[in-house]
Design a protein around this ligand. Sequence first.
Ligand SMILES: [Mn+2]
Length: 325
Amino acid sequence: MKQNNPLKLVKLEHRVALVTHVHPDGDAYGSILGLKHILSEKALLVDAFADSDTQSKYSFLPSFSELKGEDSIGDIEYDLCFVLDCGNKERVYGFSSLLTSSKMVVNIDHHVSNIGFGQIDWVDSSASSTSEILTDLASDVDDTVNAKAATCLLTGIIMDTGSFLYDSTTKNTHIATAFLLDQGADHAAIRYHLFQNRPLQNVKFLGYLIDKMELISNNQVVLLTVSDELLNSFNVAYEDLDEFISYVRDISGVELAIIFKELSPEETKISLRSKKWCDVNELASNFNGGGHERAAGAVIQGTLDEAREKLIPLVTSIFNGGQSV
Ligand SMILES: [Mn+2]
């Protein structure tokens, strides 16, 4: 038994809230819904909070429709609030009142930038995903998880490892995956919904983005700039931008891929992906962001143009003063 396994804190009489980061990705949804299913018979009440959209490609996950939005935050005083996959507590955005109103906050995460903000912090930056950490913790408590939990957690692992391609994929990632398959994880559903069900408009949008992409620093850096208007005109979901950035990162010779995405007239989200050596966690930290060495993000105050003016000189200086074209 792991010492101080935080899942052992949960008692049958407890009310438990689960929270993850804004704009949830596969690991965020996978870990929050996975933990909901793990705890379903171990606590009095388990409420999972996250922004969700019925059009989401993750809507196939068991109990996705039970996710609660900000407007569902009531006056329940939760005994425990698990914060999952959040490098810092600000990333929960509109759900922050759950952290202050709960009796205890438990932070479970794998971001190297996570310095701890819970009464209990379980941070393992060697893990591929929060879903992998939860798989280890759950199997340590019980030797078994239900098939619904297994499907959610396997989704998180697959999405955060780029289908087991990233450096973060370890022997333990595969052991956790084997365990989840043994527990009945629906691998075929994951494959179909996340990889073989791409909306036609997304493919057309990818074509547009590739046509408009900018290459700088001797073609080692690729830039994509996405305004709200553009995203809406193609009717593409914000969460799908991840697959586009991965696509252009994989161009031969490219080391770093960046998406500038308009969040509002005053705020621009940057997403950074690198291939071999560029530490994007460090790059994002210039703007109070973070993540991992090969995948990170931040929010820059300013318009798309202003964000570009702030970030591109930093990037070109890292890439030995390469010239913008
Ligand atoms: Mn993650």
